[in-house]
Ligand binder design. Structure first.
Ligand SMILES: Cc1cc2nc3c(=O)[nH]c(=O)nc-3n(C[C@H](O)[C@H](O)[C@H](O)COP(=O)(O)OP(=O)(O)OC[C@H]3O[C@@H](n4cnc5c(N)ncnc54)[C@H](O)[C@@H]3O)c2cc1C
Ligand code: FES
Length: 260
């Protein structure tokens, strides 16, 4: 096992929709009682909304662990929500209850938990994961806008504790047909928080810029080390180059320099 990594055991790994899964992991040890295990493998999972873990549920191939946001933590058990897009996430989806993973984290910056006023949370696809953990930890008035390509999922989890939920699907199979940005009314909010495909977040930053509403976004980037040493995850911001794994993934939208 690589240095710094700990073990987790799959509690459940459930398919929610086509290529979308929810995985819950327990610590490797049982409530600190099994003293034959390393202390870090026995502790409950920790982390704040917006933070992520590097996960690997395989030996050598793929070479690198994969970053996945914390979707919830409860009683030391961590929940991840992930979409299968390639080899690593496909292998995650094949894990069964009782299988072991290696994890590094929690990593990165979290969201500001002191935000006042009315919030809009806006997700695209599995980008809902960090926003679900965030709304579970906040008591603000808030609305959740969630965009899907097709069949919606995890709605029961999204709607807990929010005032309104707005659903869009690109194929019109549920909710409003089109993009989540078409339903969103920025003037109603003091702060907007978003996670999803970069074109969606770019559009939200643009819309909110016209109304001078701050947007916090959780950025995506390819990652190798996850701890700030390889410089594989950098993005350009108005104040220079930023490592998504260390200074991000949460960043003020107006400071991000988007590619055209
Ligand atoms: C901080 C952070 C948190 C994340 N949280 C989640 C989460 O909660 N749930 C979730 O489903 N996914 C999340 N991701 C994305 C996830 O890490 C990637 O989808 C995953 O690493 C893909 O691995 P793979 O081996 O399945 O696919 P690969 O074989 O590595 O790639 C398959 C395809 O996906 C693209 N891709 C891979 N990684 C990324 C990336 N980071 N950004 C954009 N495109 C990518 C590749 O270019 C390729 O086209 C997060 C990414 C970051 C940086
Ligand atoms: S992934 Fe290595 S510096 Fe960010």
């Amino acid at each position: 096992m690589k240095q710094g990594y700990r073990r987790g055991i799959v509690h459940t790994n459930i398919q929610l929709a086509t290529d979308v899964y929810e995985m819950k992991l327990m610590p490797h040890g049982d409530n600190n009682r099994d003293t034959s295990l390393r202390i870090e493998d026995r502790l409950g999972f920790q982390g704040n909304p917006g933070q992520f873990y590097m996960l690997r549920g395989w030996q050598l191939d793929p070479l690198l662990a994969r970053p996945i946001s914390i979707c919830n933590i409860s009683n030391g058990m961590v929940t991840f929500l992930y979409e299968v897009v390639g080899k690593g996430t496909r292998m995650m989806s094949e894990l069964k209850a009782g299988d072991t993973l290696e994890l590094l984290g929690p990593l990165g910056t979290g969201f500001d938990l002191e935000l006042g006023g009315r919030l809009a949370l806006i997700s695209g696809g599995a980008g809902m994961a960090p926003l679900i953990y965030l709304k579970n930890r906040l008591e603000n008035d808030m609305d959740f806008y969630c965009g899907f390509q097709s069949e919606p999922y995890y709605i029961d989890e999204i709607e807990k504790g929010v005032d309104n939920i707005y659903i869009t699907t690109e194929d019109g199979s549920a909710g409003h047909r089109g993009f989540v940005t078409e339903l969103f009314t920025p003037e109603r909010y003091d702060t907007v928080i978003t996670c999803g495909p970069t074109p969606m977040m770019k559009e939200i930053v643009k819309i909110c810029g016209k109304h001078d509403i701050p947007v916090y976004m959780s950025m995506e980037s390819h990652m190798a080390c996850g701890i700030g040493t390889c410089l594989g995850c950098t993005v350009e911001t108005t104040s220079g180059i930023l490592r998504v794994c260390r200074e991000g993934p949460v960043q003020l939208g107006k400071e991000v320099v988007f590619d055209d």
